[in-house]
Design a protein around this ligand. Sequence first.
Ligand code: SAH
Length: 311
Amino acid sequence: MTDLSRELRAALAQEFTLTTPDIVARERSTDGTEKFLLRLADGRQLESVFIPDTPSMTFCISTQVGCAMACAFCLTGKMGLVRNLTAGEIAGQVRVLAGALDMLEKKFNIVLMGMGEPLHNYDETMRALRILNDEHGLAISPRRITLSTVGLLPALEKLAREPLMPNLAISLHAPTDQLRGELVPLNRKYGIAEIIEACRRFPLSKRSRITFEYVLLAGVNDSPEDARKLAKLLSGVKSKVNVIPLNAAPGIPFERPSDEVIDRFAQVLADRGLVVSVRKSRGRDIRAACGQLIVEGQQKSPAQQLAVALR
Ligand code: SAH
C-alpha cells in the first residue's frame, strides 16, 4: 500500500496482522468430500470440510480448536477445548477453502458443524458471520449459513435477538432429559423443555424451520417409542428432523443401527407429519464425517490421548 505514508504503514504493520490459516494437508474422499487440515498463526491446527452436491456446495467450518461439550459419541468432544477461534480464523477457513477449490466467485452454503460449539464462542462466531455477510467480505447471505448447537440456553436467547440471523440447528439426540443428559452433558444444566421453549420463541421467517439433529445410536435412542416421544416433543414447532446415523469410530462406545432400524425410526416421524431427512454420511473413509474431526500433534488431554490411541 505505497499510497499510504511510510509512518502509517509501519504503524499498521506493528498493530495488525493479515493472515489466513495455512493448508497443511488435504484429503479427498471417494465421494468427493475434501478434508482440510489447517494451521493457525500460533501453530494450533483444526479441520474444515468441503462437501459437494448436498445438493449445494457446502463448507463445514470449525468455531473452536477442540470442544468443551464432551458429547458421548463425538471424537472432537474427546479432545476437550484447546482454544476459541477468532472471528478472522473462522471466516478465514471459508476464504482459504473457497480459494483452494477455486470457488471464490461461486455460491455455497456454510454450516458451523465442524469442531467446536459455536454458541460457546458466541462473540467471535457472530463477528465472523458479519464479516462473511459484509459486502466487503464474501457477501454471503445468512440464509446460506446454518449454526448448529447443543443448546446453550443464554446464548440461544441472545441469538434470537441478533439482526443477522443464520439458520438454526439444534443437536437434540434424545427425547428425554434422562437419556439426553447421558449423551449431551450440558443437558443437565439446560434441559429439553427449556430448549424447545426457546425454539418456539425463536423468530423464524415464513418459510424457514429449525432443524433438529438426532444421532441414531443402536439400542440407545433408536426405538419406535423414542421416535414417538420425539414427534410429541416437536409438535407445533416449525421443525425438520435430520436423523444422523452414528459415524462409528474406535473410542466411541456406540454402534450405528441397521438400515432397517434407521428407516423405521424415520418412518414413525414421517407418519406423524414431521419433515424428516436421513443424513448421508460423507467422507467417512477420510474421517471427515460428523463427529470425526480431531487433530493430532498438539497438546492432548488424557481423554484425547486415549481417543487417538484407540483409533
Ligand atoms: N457443537 C455443535 C456443532 C457441531 S455439529 C453441535 O453439537 O451441534 C456436528 C453434528 O454432528 C452434531 O449434531 C453432533 O451431535 C453430530 N455428531 C457428533 N459426533 C457424531 C458421530 N460420531 N456420528 C454422527 N454424528 C455425530
